[in-house]
Design a protein around this ligand. Structure first.
Ligand code: ATP
Length: 294
């Protein structure tokens, strides 16, 4: 599998200094009216790691991620991506990242290949490189055979992998995934994660992911941050976080860690409540429900 990395590393000194971190948030705040969605967030994602941002609905994960992607302005605090300040250097940041939002970003009326080609054009992939890059991205997510079928005929897991290909076609150094497996059955979830894992191993790409699923976080994330009411309550490797509780509980789980730090369980999101066999319409419905009108 050949998935490329971009050739635009940070150039100025300040950028080079911060480049050891893929993402650095310092004192980040964001409020919707009286709701402090992100409350003085300090967070560093190291280059090359898979970092999981965990938390219940409304914890502030999506808001934090949207600030990192430059889709939301940063009213207070600072965010850098590979040393580039999101407030001052928005386009440089955007060139470095691939983002798969919670909302459906594939078009059911286009084929898989057309969907990815569209993103290649949007991300300014040079014209002569587009066809091979689209083919590589589709191959990386195991969709080569289905590439010329309409996305409207894909299963939920295939759609998620297609969206992954859309994000990969620009050869990002940082891949940001907001609930990549929401609404998928366990087999489709594993398939999405296996692709992410393979791509990460092949490229050294940094991955920042939000999820409700503690089992996924334990299995696939190098480090996790537990977020609650806009703040990070605990941060470390899943093993570290559990080991810290070992004196108090026998065989603590990440869910126990969360309850310990947030004073409540994570609610919603276990493999038991995922729906099997979703198709394109189900995915659209699931994700629409998850979308807030803002
Ligand atoms: N567009 C908006 N307008 C008003 N309030 C919003 C908006 N988006 C988010 N919020 C509020 O901000 C807080 C954080 O929401 P956010 O979506 O960032 O949480 P989350 O952890 O991503 O939740 P989920 O897992 O449900 O996606 C919540 O209280 C939410 O109701």
């Amino acid at each position: 599998m050949t998935v490329r990395l971009p050739e635009n590393p940070p150039t100025d000194e300040a950028a080079a200094e911060g480049a050891a971190a893929a993402v650095r948030c310092s004192g980040l705040e964001y409020a919707f009216g009286a709701t402090r969605a992100v409350d003085n967030l300090d967070l560093t994602v190291r280059t090359g790691e898979v970092f999981g941002l965990l938390g219940p609905n409304g914890a502030g994960k999506t808001t934090a991620i949207r600030a990192i992607t430059t889709l939301l302005p940063v009213p207070a605090g600072m965010v850098t991506v590979f040393g580039h300040d999101t407030a001052r250097d928005r386009m440089a940041v955007r060139r470095l990242l691939g983002y798969v939002p919670q909302q459906l970003s594939a078009d059911g009326g286009l084929t898989g290949r057309e969907n990815v080609s569209l993103f290649a054009r949007v991300y300014d992939v040079p014209r002569r490189e587009r066809a091979p890059r689209v083919a590589e991205a589709l191959e990386a997510v195991a969709l080569t055979e289905a590439a010329d079928r309409l996305a409207g005929t894909y299963s939920g897991g295939m759609i998620r992998r297609l969206e992954l290909a859309q994000a990969l076609v620009s050869a990002p150094r940082l891949l940001i995934l907001d609930e990549p497996t929401i609404g998928l059955d366990p087999i489709a979830r594993t398939s999405v994660w296996d692709r992410i894992d393979e791509i990460r191993q092949a490229t050294g790409m940094t991955v920042l992911v939000t999820t409700h699923y503690m089992d996924e976080a334990e299995q696939y994330c190098d480090r996790v941050a537990l977020m609650h009411r806009g703040r990070i309550r605990a941060l470390g490797t899943p093993e570290q976080l559990k080991a810290d509780l070992a004196g108090e509980l026998e065989a603590p789980t990440l869910e126990d860690v969360f309850r310990h730090h947030a004073g409540q369980g994570l609610h919603g999101g276990s493999s038991a409540d995922s729906s099997d066999g979703e198709d394109f319409r189900d995915v659209r419905r699931t994700r629409r429900t998850a979308t807030r009108v803002g």
